[in-house]
Design a protein around this ligand. Structure first.
Ligand code: BGC
Length: 235
């Protein structure tokens, strides 16, 4: 018999510089499908990424609405920057494109913001950084998001930005030991700037963090990038 009380299912999409991931969540934000992943297409134009998403959703089943995290500044569903994707994303209405393509309502925010929503406790000043292709950042006060923080493109040290010193290209160039040393310096710099109560470190490379962390700093799973999708619909 059909379940007439089936809860609202949210398709959560995490668009990254190296991979695109999707998963369906129930009303409480729990996964109700496998996580599906495909490499980010090259060149990562809006059209190519939209085709990859269309491909990916074939394996995750039904959903009623869509949440997407995008690796750039997002305002009212429109992507304004995309340094690790393609210039065609500037001014692209991703929320409309997703809802037209998949025929469901869609909401889009910055990927680090979405990751943070899946991880924070909702108390005090909470900062999130994500270590992946790029360097993501998100700031929350008592659970309320300050959108599009973009620390990654701020000057950090030696004339370079946080992303130039700690993004995947830097990690591959200087190796894990040096990268960990740089991360320690970045944490100290961010601590003095934000005086956060908690710092969360996520993203695909967070598993490589080897430095000893104080109690108010937590490594979070990359899965939070998708789990945060449910929070976009909490009005
Ligand atoms: C982008 C951010 C994004 C981060 C992680 C940076 O290059 O500017 O918007 O959150 O990469 O993907």
């Amino acid at each position: 018999m059909a379940d007439t009380n089936a809860s609202t299912r949210t398709l959560s999409i995490d668009i990254g510089g190296s991979g695109i991931k999707v998963m369906v969540l129930d009303e409480n934000g729990n996964a109700i499908s496998e996580r599906a992943r495909l490499d980010t297409p090259q060149p990562p134009t809006p059209e190519a990424v939209m085709n990859t998403i269309t491909q990916l959703i074939k394996s995750v089943g039904e959903f009623d609405r869509i949440s997407a995290g995008f690796p750039g500044v997002v305002r009212a569903g429109v992507t304004e920057t995309a340094v690790n994707l393609h210039p065609d994303w500037v001014g692209y209405n991703l929320a409309s494109a997703l809802s037209e393509r998949l025929q469901k309502p869609a909401r889009v925010i910055n990927d680090a913001d979405m990751q943070g929503l899946g991880a924070i406790a909702g108390k005090g000043v909470e900062l999130v950084i994500t270590l992946g292709t790029g360097f993501g950042s998100a700031l929350f006060l008592n659970g309320k998001l300050v959108p599009n923080l973009e620390m990654g493109h701020h000057r950090f040290r030696k004339g370079e930005t946080y992303e130039e010193q700690l993004g995947r290209a830097a990690l591959e160039k200087v190796g894990e030991a040096k990268w960990n040393g740089r991360l320690g310096k970045a944490i100290s710099s961010l601590q003095h700037l934000f005086n956060y109560d908690y710092l969360y470190i996520g993203g695909g490379e967070a598993k490589l963090v080897k430095i000893k962390l104080p109690e108010n700093i937590k490594i979070i799973s990359n899965l939070n990038g998708l789990l945060g999708g449910i929070a976009l619909w909490r009005d």
